[in-house]
Design a protein around this ligand. Sequence first.
Ligand SMILES: O=C(CO)COP(=O)(O)O
Length: 247
Amino acid sequence: MRRKLAAGNWKMNGLVDDLSEIKALTEAHPDPDVDMLICAPATLIAQMAWARGTHALQIGGQTCHAERSGAHTGDISAPMLRDAGASHVLVGHSERRTDHGETDADVAGQAAAAHAAGLVAVICIGETLDQRESGHALTVITDQLRGSLPPGATAANTVIAYEPVWAIGTGKVPTTEQIGEVHGTLRATLRDLMKQAEGVRLLYGGSVKGSNAGEIFAVADVDGALVGGASLKAADFSPIVSALENA
Ligand SMILES: O=C(CO)COP(=O)(O)O
């Protein structure tokens, strides 16, 4: 049985004052039935780890370099994230792939670095609107998964997040049939690629809100969500956590 995961991605948002949202979130869900994760900007990871106190909330980074250390000004390594209090890291988010030209091979290298540092890699994949409309969505996400999954990936150290680029921050959400088709394809592809395919959690991300979370979580092979905008405020994220607990 896969434990469900409600994950938030704060992206380039959040100042120290916003840690009050972490306090509110942990107070709203003192003993959650699902895993909870917030992927914070690097500047907040250590303080967020302190703010959660003894709560089970997990904290993640949003990217990491493939190397442990070195002359890479402005970058952050997986051991640094771990040192700051992170247990997870997003790799291959479409905003990184677009803004920083990250390729599947780069993402696989980052995921391997995360694993080597003892972090869970949340590998993000997803098609663009053009790719969806031209009928290539399944090929694109299958190729991304094959290219981004490093050797050594296990059910314990890897989560896959399907985030269609056209659904991120747009209010547009695929139909439940489309989500089910992609997640079923991802599960089948994982079976080809690794032994522990049944244990890997598959998240859906892209315009998830309290109002649509329930129907998304009812889809087979959806083990949780990766939430952007609606993860910034406890009042928005909490109903998504509750919907997952009730799924
Ligand atoms: O990119 C996302 C999470 O990583 C999704 O963002 P939104 O929930 O704001 O659409």
